[in-house]
Design a protein. Structure first.
Length: 119
């Protein structure tokens, strides 16, 4: 039960800090918390692809800050459902521009899963 509460808290906090994300998360069923976190990753990637680098950087910085003292379940969601889903199905140019925005800790998680940067 604690894990469910922890995850719901971070998802609600994301929506509080970034109200534009709520519609994306609400498009998934309440129990689909992994999909909700993936939606935040896709929103980050889309912001980069759309050239809204300031917004993308805010999303990335928020997640980087959260990982600092993350509960183990939060860490899992950040690692598996956020970081691993960055740069999904976008151009090489978007990956090149976006990778420079990704904080070092998140880069390390990304490379640990994918084996290399997205470039």
């Amino acid at each position: 039960m604690e894990n469910k509460k922890v995850i719901n808290n971070i998802l609600n906090e994301i929506c509080t800090h970034f109200p534009e994300i709520r519609a994306l998360m609400d498009s998934h069923e309440q129990c689909m918390t992994t999909s909700k976190m993936e939606a935040f990753a896709h929103a980050t990637t889309n912001a980069i692809a759309d050239g809204n680098l300031v917004l993308a950087q805010k999303y990335l910085n928020y997640i980087d800050l959260k990982i600092t003292n993350a509960h183990p379940k939060e860490f899992e969601y950040i690692d598996v459902y956020y970081t691993e889903n960055l740069f999904w199905d976008v151009s090489s140019k978007t990956k090149e521009i976006g990778w420079r925005l990704v904080p070092a800790r998140l880069q390390k998680l990304y490379v640990a899963f994918h084996g290399a940067p997205p470039l």
